[in-house]
Design a protein around this ligand. Sequence first.
Ligand SMILES: *Cc1c(COP(=O)(O)O)cnc(C)c1O
Length: 392
Amino acid sequence: MITMKNLAEQLERRRQDSLYRVRAVLDGPQGPEVSVNGNSLLSFCSNDYLGLADHPDIIDAFHRGLDRYGAGSGASHLVTGHSRAHHELEAALAEFVQRPRALLFSTGYMANLGVMSALLGRGDRIFEDRLNHASLLDGARLSDARLQRYAHADVPALDAALASAPPGEYLVATDGVFSMDGDVAPLAELSASAASHAAWFMVDDAHGLGVLGPGGRGSVAAAGLDLQAVPVLVGTLGKAFGTFGAFVAGSEELIETLIQAARTYIYTTALPPAVAVATRTALQHVRDDEWRRDRLAVLVARFRAGAAQLGLQLADTATPIQPLLVGKARDALALSEALRAQGILVTAIRPPTVPEGTARLRITFSAAHTEAQVDRLLDALEKSFATEITEK
Ligand SMILES: *Cc1c(COP(=O)(O)O)cnc(C)c1O
Protein backbone atom coordinates (compact mmCIF):
# COMPACT_ATOMS: atom_id res chain seq x y z
CA MET A 1 0.00 0.00 0.00
CA ILE A 2 1.33 3.43 -0.94
CA THR A 3 0.29 6.44 1.14
CA MET A 4 0.12 9.95 -0.29
CA LYS A 5 2.71 11.37 2.04
CA ASN A 6 6.41 10.53 2.00
CA LEU A 7 6.75 8.77 -1.33
CA ALA A 8 10.51 9.19 -1.06
CA GLU A 9 10.58 7.34 2.26
CA GLN A 10 8.45 4.56 0.90
CA LEU A 11 10.71 4.22 -2.11
CA GLU A 12 13.71 4.04 0.19
CA ARG A 13 12.07 1.21 2.15
CA ARG A 14 11.52 -0.64 -1.11
CA ARG A 15 15.19 -0.26 -1.88
CA GLN A 16 16.19 -1.58 1.53
CA ASP A 17 13.90 -4.58 1.06
CA SER A 18 15.62 -5.33 -2.29
CA LEU A 19 12.29 -4.78 -4.00
CA TYR A 20 13.19 -1.61 -5.88
CA ARG A 21 12.92 -2.05 -9.63
CA VAL A 22 15.02 -0.34 -12.24
CA ARG A 23 14.81 -0.60 -16.00
CA ALA A 24 17.71 -1.54 -18.22
CA VAL A 25 17.73 0.87 -21.16
CA LEU A 26 18.34 -0.94 -24.45
CA ASP A 27 20.01 0.94 -27.27
CA GLY A 28 19.17 -1.55 -29.99
CA PRO A 29 16.92 -4.46 -30.88
CA GLN A 30 15.88 -7.35 -28.69
CA GLY A 31 18.04 -10.42 -29.14
CA PRO A 32 20.51 -12.79 -27.50
CA GLU A 33 22.89 -9.86 -27.15
CA VAL A 34 21.52 -6.50 -26.13
CA SER A 35 23.19 -3.17 -25.79
CA VAL A 36 22.70 -1.53 -22.39
CA ASN A 37 24.47 1.77 -21.64
CA GLY A 38 27.01 1.05 -24.34
CA ASN A 39 27.75 -2.43 -22.96
CA SER A 40 26.88 -5.55 -24.84
CA LEU A 41 25.21 -8.07 -22.55
CA LEU A 42 24.25 -11.66 -23.22
CA SER A 43 20.58 -11.74 -22.34
CA PHE A 44 18.53 -14.64 -20.98
CA CYS A 45 15.39 -12.89 -19.92
CA SER A 46 13.29 -11.83 -22.90
CA ASN A 47 10.11 -13.55 -24.05
CA ASP A 48 11.30 -13.51 -27.67
CA TYR A 49 11.35 -17.32 -27.60
CA LEU A 50 11.60 -17.89 -31.35
CA GLY A 51 14.03 -15.05 -32.03
CA LEU A 52 11.56 -13.19 -34.26
CA ALA A 53 11.63 -9.73 -32.63
CA ASP A 54 14.47 -8.65 -34.91
CA HIS A 55 13.74 -10.82 -37.94
CA PRO A 56 14.42 -9.08 -41.29
CA ASP A 57 11.25 -10.43 -42.98
CA ILE A 58 9.10 -9.12 -40.17
CA ILE A 59 10.86 -5.76 -40.21
CA ASP A 60 10.31 -5.57 -44.00
CA ALA A 61 6.63 -6.33 -43.50
CA PHE A 62 6.47 -3.58 -40.89
CA HIS A 63 7.91 -1.13 -43.42
CA ARG A 64 5.37 -2.22 -46.04
CA GLY A 65 2.60 -1.80 -43.50
CA LEU A 66 3.78 1.72 -42.71
CA ASP A 67 3.90 2.63 -46.40
CA ARG A 68 0.37 1.40 -46.97
CA TYR A 69 -1.38 2.39 -43.76
CA GLY A 70 0.71 5.14 -42.19
CA ALA A 71 1.86 5.34 -38.61
CA GLY A 72 -1.21 5.06 -36.41
CA SER A 73 -4.69 3.60 -36.67
CA GLY A 74 -6.23 6.92 -35.67
CA ALA A 75 -9.31 5.52 -33.94
CA SER A 76 -10.77 2.62 -32.00
CA HIS A 77 -11.84 -0.51 -33.89
CA LEU A 78 -15.53 0.37 -33.70
CA VAL A 79 -15.08 3.89 -35.03
CA THR A 80 -12.68 3.95 -38.00
CA GLY A 81 -9.54 2.27 -36.66
CA HIS A 82 -10.22 -1.26 -37.92
CA SER A 83 -8.13 -1.76 -41.05
CA ARG A 84 -7.96 -4.52 -43.65
CA ALA A 85 -4.63 -5.49 -42.03
CA HIS A 86 -6.30 -6.06 -38.64
CA HIS A 87 -9.16 -7.92 -40.28
CA GLU A 88 -6.91 -10.27 -42.23
CA LEU A 89 -4.69 -10.93 -39.24
CA GLU A 90 -7.73 -11.92 -37.18
CA ALA A 91 -8.76 -14.41 -39.85
CA ALA A 92 -5.22 -15.82 -40.07
CA LEU A 93 -4.93 -16.16 -36.28
CA ALA A 94 -8.32 -17.90 -36.06
CA GLU A 95 -7.23 -20.35 -38.73
CA PHE A 96 -3.92 -20.90 -36.96
CA VAL A 97 -5.49 -21.83 -33.62
CA GLN A 98 -8.35 -23.68 -35.36
CA ARG A 99 -11.13 -21.58 -33.92
CA PRO A 100 -14.02 -19.95 -35.84
CA ARG A 101 -13.03 -16.38 -34.97
CA ALA A 102 -10.34 -14.29 -33.34
CA LEU A 103 -10.39 -10.72 -32.07
CA LEU A 104 -7.31 -8.52 -31.78
CA PHE A 105 -6.65 -6.59 -28.59
CA SER A 106 -3.89 -4.06 -28.05
CA THR A 107 -2.27 -6.16 -25.31
CA GLY A 108 -2.73 -9.45 -23.52
CA TYR A 109 -3.38 -7.54 -20.34
CA MET A 110 -6.30 -5.79 -21.98
CA ALA A 111 -7.58 -8.99 -23.59
CA ASN A 112 -7.84 -10.68 -20.19
CA LEU A 113 -9.54 -7.68 -18.60
CA GLY A 114 -11.90 -7.38 -21.55
CA VAL A 115 -13.00 -11.02 -21.62
CA MET A 116 -13.61 -11.30 -17.89
CA SER A 117 -15.45 -8.04 -17.52
CA ALA A 118 -17.60 -8.75 -20.59
CA LEU A 119 -18.60 -12.28 -19.59
CA LEU A 120 -19.01 -12.00 -15.82
CA GLY A 121 -20.39 -9.62 -13.25
CA ARG A 122 -21.60 -9.27 -9.71
CA GLY A 123 -22.86 -12.59 -8.33
CA ASP A 124 -20.66 -14.64 -10.66
CA ARG A 125 -17.46 -16.47 -9.77
CA ILE A 126 -14.02 -16.72 -11.30
CA PHE A 127 -11.74 -19.58 -10.30
CA GLU A 128 -8.03 -19.06 -10.83
CA ASP A 129 -4.77 -20.84 -10.23
CA ARG A 130 -2.78 -19.11 -7.47
CA LEU A 131 0.12 -18.55 -9.86
CA ASN A 132 -1.90 -17.02 -12.69
CA HIS A 133 -0.56 -13.92 -14.40
CA ALA A 134 -1.43 -10.58 -12.80
CA SER A 135 -3.66 -9.62 -15.75
CA LEU A 136 -5.97 -12.57 -15.07
CA LEU A 137 -6.25 -11.58 -11.42
CA ASP A 138 -6.90 -7.96 -12.36
CA GLY A 139 -9.49 -9.07 -14.92
CA ALA A 140 -11.40 -10.81 -12.16
CA ARG A 141 -11.27 -7.66 -10.04
CA LEU A 142 -12.55 -5.46 -12.83
CA SER A 143 -15.41 -7.84 -13.58
CA ASP A 144 -16.93 -7.52 -10.09
CA ALA A 145 -17.25 -11.30 -9.99
CA ARG A 146 -16.02 -13.07 -6.87
CA LEU A 147 -12.47 -14.39 -7.30
CA GLN A 148 -11.56 -17.77 -5.80
CA ARG A 149 -7.99 -18.95 -6.15
CA TYR A 150 -7.07 -22.62 -6.06
CA ALA A 151 -3.69 -24.13 -5.21
CA HIS A 152 -1.27 -24.30 -8.12
CA ALA A 153 -2.35 -26.86 -10.75
CA ASP A 154 -4.56 -28.55 -8.14
CA VAL A 155 -7.51 -29.98 -10.07
CA PRO A 156 -9.20 -31.66 -7.05
CA ALA A 157 -9.08 -28.31 -5.23
CA LEU A 158 -10.73 -26.60 -8.21
CA ASP A 159 -13.31 -29.37 -8.41
CA ALA A 160 -14.20 -28.97 -4.74
CA ALA A 161 -14.43 -25.19 -5.04
CA LEU A 162 -16.72 -25.46 -8.07
CA ALA A 163 -18.88 -28.09 -6.37
CA SER A 164 -19.52 -25.92 -3.32
CA ALA A 165 -20.07 -22.61 -5.13
CA PRO A 166 -23.50 -20.96 -5.00
CA PRO A 167 -25.46 -20.64 -8.25
CA GLY A 168 -24.25 -18.12 -10.84
CA GLU A 169 -22.04 -18.01 -13.91
CA TYR A 170 -18.60 -19.52 -13.41
CA LEU A 171 -15.36 -19.07 -15.28
CA VAL A 172 -12.16 -21.05 -14.73
CA ALA A 173 -9.03 -19.27 -15.95
CA THR A 174 -5.45 -20.48 -16.11
CA ASP A 175 -2.12 -19.67 -17.69
CA GLY A 176 -1.34 -22.37 -20.29
CA VAL A 177 2.36 -22.15 -19.44
CA PHE A 178 2.92 -20.38 -16.12
CA SER A 179 4.80 -17.20 -16.85
CA MET A 180 7.19 -17.21 -13.88
CA ASP A 181 7.45 -20.97 -13.32
CA GLY A 182 7.52 -22.36 -16.85
CA ASP A 183 5.36 -25.39 -16.09
CA VAL A 184 2.35 -26.36 -18.20
CA ALA A 185 -1.12 -26.38 -16.63
CA PRO A 186 -3.03 -29.71 -16.49
CA LEU A 187 -5.32 -28.38 -19.19
CA ALA A 188 -7.30 -31.50 -20.05
CA GLU A 189 -8.18 -32.13 -16.40
CA LEU A 190 -9.01 -28.48 -15.72
CA SER A 191 -11.20 -28.39 -18.81
CA ALA A 192 -13.07 -31.53 -17.71
CA SER A 193 -13.61 -30.09 -14.26
CA ALA A 194 -14.91 -26.79 -15.65
CA ALA A 195 -17.21 -28.60 -18.08
CA SER A 196 -18.67 -30.83 -15.38
CA HIS A 197 -19.74 -27.70 -13.47
CA ALA A 198 -20.98 -25.81 -16.55
CA ALA A 199 -18.19 -23.23 -16.18
CA TRP A 200 -16.47 -21.29 -18.93
CA PHE A 201 -12.87 -22.40 -19.39
CA MET A 202 -10.32 -19.78 -20.40
CA VAL A 203 -6.66 -20.43 -21.18
CA ASP A 204 -4.14 -17.61 -21.44
CA ASP A 205 -1.44 -19.15 -23.63
CA ALA A 206 0.93 -16.18 -23.68
CA HIS A 207 3.98 -18.44 -23.24
CA GLY A 208 2.80 -21.56 -25.02
CA LEU A 209 1.71 -20.11 -28.33
CA GLY A 210 4.43 -20.48 -30.95
CA VAL A 211 6.50 -22.61 -28.59
CA LEU A 212 4.47 -25.73 -27.82
CA GLY A 213 2.18 -28.02 -29.75
CA PRO A 214 1.91 -29.06 -33.39
CA GLY A 215 2.92 -26.18 -35.66
CA GLY A 216 3.44 -24.01 -32.58
CA ARG A 217 -0.29 -23.86 -31.92
CA GLY A 218 0.34 -23.80 -28.20
CA SER A 219 -0.33 -25.67 -25.00
CA VAL A 220 -4.02 -26.08 -25.80
CA ALA A 221 -3.28 -27.80 -29.12
CA ALA A 222 -0.53 -29.84 -27.44
CA ALA A 223 -3.18 -31.15 -25.03
CA GLY A 224 -5.47 -31.88 -27.98
CA LEU A 225 -8.22 -29.55 -26.73
CA ASP A 226 -10.73 -28.17 -29.20
CA LEU A 227 -13.11 -25.22 -29.09
CA GLN A 228 -15.58 -27.07 -26.92
CA ALA A 229 -12.94 -27.99 -24.35
CA VAL A 230 -11.44 -24.48 -24.33
CA PRO A 231 -14.12 -21.99 -25.35
CA VAL A 232 -11.91 -18.97 -24.57
CA LEU A 233 -8.32 -18.95 -25.78
CA VAL A 234 -6.08 -15.91 -25.30
CA GLY A 235 -2.83 -15.52 -27.18
CA THR A 236 -0.28 -12.74 -27.08
CA LEU A 237 1.82 -11.46 -29.96
CA GLY A 238 4.62 -9.73 -28.07
CA LYS A 239 6.33 -12.94 -26.99
CA ALA A 240 7.04 -15.81 -29.41
CA PHE A 241 5.55 -13.79 -32.29
CA GLY A 242 8.09 -11.04 -31.69
CA THR A 243 5.74 -8.13 -32.42
CA PHE A 244 3.00 -6.69 -30.20
CA GLY A 245 -0.64 -7.17 -29.36
CA ALA A 246 -2.93 -10.04 -28.40
CA PHE A 247 -6.03 -11.87 -29.43
CA VAL A 248 -8.95 -13.85 -28.10
CA ALA A 249 -10.11 -16.85 -30.13
CA GLY A 250 -13.40 -18.65 -29.80
CA SER A 251 -16.83 -19.10 -31.28
CA GLU A 252 -18.51 -16.66 -33.62
CA GLU A 253 -20.89 -15.70 -30.80
CA LEU A 254 -18.13 -15.20 -28.23
CA ILE A 255 -16.23 -12.86 -30.53
CA GLU A 256 -19.34 -10.86 -31.43
CA THR A 257 -20.15 -10.58 -27.73
CA LEU A 258 -16.67 -9.21 -27.03
CA ILE A 259 -16.98 -6.69 -29.86
CA GLN A 260 -20.21 -5.44 -28.28
CA ALA A 261 -19.23 -5.62 -24.62
CA ALA A 262 -15.47 -5.80 -23.91
CA ARG A 263 -14.61 -2.34 -22.67
CA THR A 264 -10.86 -2.76 -23.16
CA TYR A 265 -11.64 -3.51 -26.80
CA ILE A 266 -14.15 -0.73 -27.38
CA TYR A 267 -12.64 2.22 -25.55
CA THR A 268 -9.11 2.19 -26.86
CA THR A 269 -7.21 2.97 -30.03
CA ALA A 270 -6.64 0.07 -32.42
CA LEU A 271 -3.08 -1.18 -32.83
CA PRO A 272 -1.11 0.51 -35.59
CA PRO A 273 -2.08 -1.46 -38.74
CA ALA A 274 1.61 -1.90 -39.57
CA VAL A 275 1.90 -4.05 -36.45
CA ALA A 276 -0.82 -6.27 -37.87
CA VAL A 277 0.95 -6.51 -41.25
CA ALA A 278 4.22 -7.43 -39.52
CA THR A 279 2.45 -9.96 -37.32
CA ARG A 280 1.06 -11.81 -40.33
CA THR A 281 4.60 -12.37 -41.49
CA ALA A 282 5.56 -13.37 -37.96
CA LEU A 283 2.73 -15.89 -37.98
CA GLN A 284 4.15 -17.52 -41.11
CA HIS A 285 7.49 -17.97 -39.36
CA VAL A 286 5.82 -19.24 -36.19
CA ARG A 287 3.91 -21.82 -38.18
CA ASP A 288 6.58 -22.86 -40.66
CA ASP A 289 9.88 -22.57 -38.80
CA GLU A 290 9.70 -25.86 -36.94
CA TRP A 291 13.48 -25.66 -36.65
CA ARG A 292 13.14 -22.79 -34.20
CA ARG A 293 11.21 -25.00 -31.78
CA ASP A 294 13.74 -27.78 -32.34
CA ARG A 295 16.59 -25.36 -31.55
CA LEU A 296 14.87 -24.24 -28.39
CA ALA A 297 14.49 -27.83 -27.25
CA VAL A 298 18.20 -28.47 -27.85
CA LEU A 299 19.23 -25.33 -25.96
CA VAL A 300 16.90 -26.00 -23.03
CA ALA A 301 18.10 -29.61 -22.76
CA ARG A 302 21.73 -28.45 -22.82
CA PHE A 303 21.04 -25.92 -20.10
CA ARG A 304 19.19 -28.41 -17.91
CA ALA A 305 21.93 -31.01 -18.21
CA GLY A 306 24.59 -28.41 -17.38
CA ALA A 307 22.60 -27.02 -14.46
CA ALA A 308 22.11 -30.52 -13.05
CA GLN A 309 25.89 -31.03 -13.16
CA LEU A 310 26.33 -27.83 -11.18
CA GLY A 311 23.77 -29.05 -8.65
CA LEU A 312 21.33 -26.24 -9.44
CA GLN A 313 17.70 -26.93 -8.67
CA LEU A 314 15.43 -26.36 -11.65
CA ALA A 315 11.70 -26.82 -11.99
CA ASP A 316 10.52 -29.92 -13.81
CA THR A 317 9.70 -28.37 -17.17
CA ALA A 318 11.07 -28.39 -20.70
CA THR A 319 9.63 -25.02 -21.77
CA PRO A 320 12.02 -22.12 -22.53
CA ILE A 321 11.17 -20.64 -19.10
CA GLN A 322 13.70 -22.15 -16.70
CA PRO A 323 13.44 -20.41 -13.34
CA LEU A 324 16.17 -20.83 -10.77
CA LEU A 325 14.49 -20.51 -7.42
CA VAL A 326 16.53 -18.43 -4.96
CA GLY A 327 14.17 -17.50 -2.12
CA LYS A 328 15.03 -14.11 -0.71
CA ALA A 329 14.71 -11.04 -2.90
CA ARG A 330 18.11 -9.83 -1.72
CA ASP A 331 19.82 -13.04 -2.81
CA ALA A 332 18.11 -13.08 -6.19
CA LEU A 333 19.20 -9.49 -6.75
CA ALA A 334 22.79 -10.27 -5.71
CA LEU A 335 22.93 -13.21 -8.11
CA SER A 336 21.52 -11.12 -10.92
CA GLU A 337 24.17 -8.48 -10.21
CA ALA A 338 26.93 -11.09 -10.10
CA LEU A 339 25.83 -12.34 -13.52
CA ARG A 340 25.68 -8.79 -14.84
CA ALA A 341 29.27 -8.25 -13.74
CA GLN A 342 30.13 -11.18 -16.03
CA GLY A 343 28.28 -9.66 -18.95
CA ILE A 344 25.07 -11.65 -18.56
CA LEU A 345 21.61 -10.17 -18.17
CA VAL A 346 19.07 -12.17 -16.16
CA THR A 347 16.65 -10.04 -14.18
CA ALA A 348 15.72 -11.02 -10.64
CA ILE A 349 12.00 -11.67 -10.31
CA ARG A 350 10.78 -10.66 -6.87
CA PRO A 351 7.50 -10.24 -4.97
CA PRO A 352 4.83 -9.22 -5.70
CA THR A 353 5.38 -10.71 -9.18
CA VAL A 354 6.02 -14.04 -7.42
CA PRO A 355 4.93 -15.13 -3.91
CA GLU A 356 6.95 -14.00 -0.88
CA GLY A 357 10.03 -16.18 -0.33
CA THR A 358 10.17 -17.41 -3.93
CA ALA A 359 12.33 -14.75 -5.57
CA ARG A 360 14.11 -16.22 -8.53
CA LEU A 361 16.20 -15.79 -11.60
CA ARG A 362 13.81 -16.29 -14.47
CA ILE A 363 16.08 -17.65 -17.17
CA THR A 364 14.55 -17.82 -20.62
CA PHE A 365 15.87 -19.08 -23.91
CA SER A 366 15.41 -18.02 -27.49
CA ALA A 367 15.92 -20.00 -30.69
CA ALA A 368 18.42 -17.27 -31.56
CA HIS A 369 20.78 -18.29 -28.73
CA THR A 370 23.75 -20.49 -29.57
CA GLU A 371 25.01 -23.47 -27.63
CA ALA A 372 28.19 -21.56 -26.83
CA GLN A 373 26.05 -18.83 -25.27
CA VAL A 374 24.25 -21.38 -23.11
CA ASP A 375 27.65 -22.64 -21.97
CA ARG A 376 28.69 -19.10 -21.10
CA LEU A 377 25.57 -18.76 -18.97
CA LEU A 378 26.32 -22.02 -17.15
CA ASP A 379 29.87 -20.88 -16.54
CA ALA A 380 28.72 -17.56 -15.15
CA LEU A 381 26.11 -19.25 -12.97
CA GLU A 382 28.74 -21.53 -11.50
CA LYS A 383 30.97 -18.56 -10.65
CA SER A 384 28.08 -16.46 -9.30
CA PHE A 385 26.79 -19.21 -7.05
CA ALA A 386 30.31 -19.95 -5.80
CA THR A 387 30.86 -16.28 -4.89
CA GLU A 388 27.45 -15.99 -3.29
CA ILE A 389 28.09 -19.02 -1.12
CA THR A 390 31.60 -18.03 -0.01
CA GLU A 391 30.36 -14.56 0.90
CA LYS A 392 27.73 -15.97 3.25
C1 LIG B 1 2.78 -11.32 -20.81
C2 LIG B 1 1.51 -11.92 -20.35
C3 LIG B 1 0.30 -11.26 -20.54
C4 LIG B 1 0.23 -9.86 -21.03
O1 LIG B 1 0.41 -9.78 -22.39
P1 LIG B 1 0.86 -8.37 -23.00
O2 LIG B 1 0.50 -8.46 -24.41
O3 LIG B 1 2.30 -8.25 -22.71
O4 LIG B 1 0.04 -7.34 -22.25
C5 LIG B 1 -0.84 -11.93 -20.22
N1 LIG B 1 -0.81 -13.16 -19.70
C6 LIG B 1 0.33 -13.81 -19.49
C7 LIG B 1 0.30 -15.19 -18.91
C8 LIG B 1 1.53 -13.21 -19.78
O5 LIG B 1 2.67 -13.82 -19.54
